[in-house]
Design a protein around this ligand. Structure first.
Ligand code: LLP
Length: 429
């Protein structure tokens, strides 16, 4: 089921017209479908038949209501900062279901996570093992630890920027070295080594990379057990891809079948950390056309340019990864489609959501929908060009709620302070 469909010629989110939301909250705004979020979570849970823990990767969308929607279904959380830990706890996720990942946890973050009683730290270097041991002993605690292995396996993601499991990447510890790190960890009293973690990349659109990783991890588990470590858990990370335009990612069942088949008989608890799969297609970015113009040139064909009120600060993926998002008008039947570049108001040439994208003629104030924007949209937004963070809305059936109000211009400036030498003086009163 797609939560964003045309009814009587206009785009709805579940049973709520997007144009109606736009009239009330203004544009641009993110809109999430509560039903689609739940549907994705349940599909994954059912595919695994209860044989994997799901720890939602909060970085994909840290909106409290989104995280709480998953928490209410029993999800755990994968967090990579104290901020994300606080979001997960505020969303009501049980601390023992929280995994702390990331290459650069500070001692403050470690202490807060230990104090909260989280379930697992995924540690990415020997220096981090030493620091975590020190912090844990200082607090009279023992941290449950999985070491993140770098398996040197290609995730085959569409851009190298979102691959994380290759030799030389900053993530994890390359396997032969990691074996020694396990030995080192076993000697540290503040740590209890419980498992292995791995995450090779994102937007993975075939089961093959997962199969290769698990094959590799099976040998790792065997070797570590031979070394005398108690390996009870495997955390496979996230990475399951979604359809943006025409990709054909594995179904949840195909993914689960590979994971379960490859870990069969190992006697390990399995955790997965899906982000994108759970949220990408449950969210859209609604934006308004400001102007259309034609960029003339003597050497190339004129380019039709549609300028909208959302910018790369609101959704940075196309600028940052050349990623593609389908863009459609809120009102269908707008006439013959011709190719257009759809761009934002930011002063950067990379502030472009699509190039040569088919779109009917537009007039100012027409609404457009940038699809598949639920993952790494709002969570990567910034205030570049001093543009306030945009509103986020969640829909359930006919009901909608603003789950994050549009940032005000006052709050944009509120965090700033002038040094004494700039207070007063010309033009400042
Ligand atoms: N676990 C770990 C340790 C991760 O680093 C990530 C994502 C995930 C889980 C979730 O991966 P997912 O299921 O969402 O693929 N900003 C980029 C994606 C960066 C992903 C970073 N790590 C984008 O917009 O495509």
């Amino acid at each position: 089921m797609d939560a964003f469909t045309y009814r009587r010629g206009e785009m709805f989110a579940e049973d709520t017209a997007l144009a109606g939301i736009a009239a009330q909250v203004g544009t641009p705004f993110y809109c999430y479908s509560s039903g689609a979020l739940q549907q994705q979570y349940v599909a994954l849970r059912e595919a695994f038949g209860g044989r994997a823990h799901i720890a939602y990767a909060v970085k994909a969308n840290a909106n409290l209501s989104v995280v709480r929607t998953f928490g209410a279904l029993g999800s755990g959380a994968d967090v990579v900062s104290l901020g994300e830990l606080k979001v997960a706890l505020a969303a009501g996720i049980a601390p023992r279901k929280i995994v702390f990942s990331g290459v650069g946890k500070s001692r403050l973050e470690m202490a807060e996570a230990l104090d909260a009683g989280i379930g697992q730290f995924n540690v990415e270097s020997e220096a981090e093992l030493v620091a975590l041991d020190d912090v844990a002993r200082g607090w009279g605690k023992v941290a449950d630890v999985a070491i993140r292995i770098n398996p040197d396996i290609d995730a085959e993601s569409p851009t190298p920027k979102i691959k994380t499991g290759l030799r030389g990447d900053k993530f994890g510890i390359l396997w032969p070295m990691a074996r020694a790190s396990y030995r080192a960890a076993a000697g540290l009293k503040g740590l209890r080594v419980v498992g292995v973690s791995v995450h090779i990349g994102s937007q993975i659109t075939s089961t093959e990379p997962f199969r290769k990783v698990l094959h590799f991890i099976k040998d790792v588990v065997r070797d570590l057990r031979a070394d005398g470590h108690r390996i009870e858990r495997i955390d496979l990370g996230g990475g399951l891809g979604v359809r943006y335009i025409d990709e054909m990612p594995p179904t949840p069942q195909e993914y689960a079948d590979v994971v379960l088949a490859e870990t069969e008989g190992l006697g390990c608890e399995i955790t997965i950390e899906p982000g994108r799969f759970l949220v990408a297609n449950a969210g859209v970015l609604v934006t308004r056309v400001l102007y259309e113009k034609v960029a003339e040139s003597s050497t190339v064909e004129p380019v039709r340019i549609v300028i909208v009120d959302a910018g790369m600060n609101d959704l940075v993926r196309p600028a940052m990864y050349d990623s593609r998002h389908a863009i459609v008008p809120v009102k269908a039947d707008g006439g013959r489609h011709t190719k257009a570049d759809i761009v934002g108001p930011i002063c950067e040439s990379s502030d472009r959501f699509a190039q040569d994208w088919p779109l009917p003629p537009t007039v100012p104030n027409d609404l457009l929908v940038i699809r598949s924007a639920g993952a790494y949209g709002s969570s990567m937004a910034s205030t570049y060009n001093s543009r306030p963070l945009i509103a986020e809305v969640m829909v359930q059936g006919r009901e909608f709620a603003v789950v994050r109000p549009r940032q005000t211009y006052e709050s944009l400036l509120a965090g700033e302070a002038l040094p004494p030498w700039l207070v007063g003086g010309p033009g400042v009163g």
